[in-house]
Design a protein around this ligand. Structure first.
Ligand code: SF4
Length: 106
């Protein structure tokens, strides 16, 4: 009897673990898929120009040493080390090595 209860408990815990891990799995798979749907922010975009966005910080005028999109508090990783999302440019990807005047340290 106790053996049967143990097996039922294991089965229940296994199902519970599966249910709890599904949302995490869905989130981890949605990031690359989501970033694949986003287009790259163009430096000629009026919003990008307003903030003097450049895709390569070496061409920026006025950037603090070491400041890039990758270490900006408004940057979000998008499953690709070379680019990510930015809270200021919804629906677009910015380059990790990029920069704009709204850069904000972590
Ligand atoms: Fe890059 Fe930050 Fe400017 Fe967004 S706000 S473009 S992440 S420097």
């Amino acid at each position: 009897m106790a053996h049967r209860i143990n097996l039922e408990r294991r089965g229940l815990l296994g199902k519970l673990g599966l249910v709890l891990s599904l949302p995490a799995l869905a989130l981890s798979e949605s990031r690359p898929a989501r970033s694949a749907q986003l287009e790259q922010l163009s430096e000629s975009d009026p919003a990008a120009q307003a903030l003097q966005y450049v895709s390569d910080v070496s061409r920026a005028k006025g950037a603090d040493a070491g400041a890039t999109c990758a270490n900006c508090s408004l940057y979000g990783a998008a499953g690709d080390a070379t680019q990510g999302t930015c809270q200021l440019f919804a629906g677009k990807l910015v380059k990790a090595a990029g920069w704009c005047r709204a850069w904000s340290g972590l």
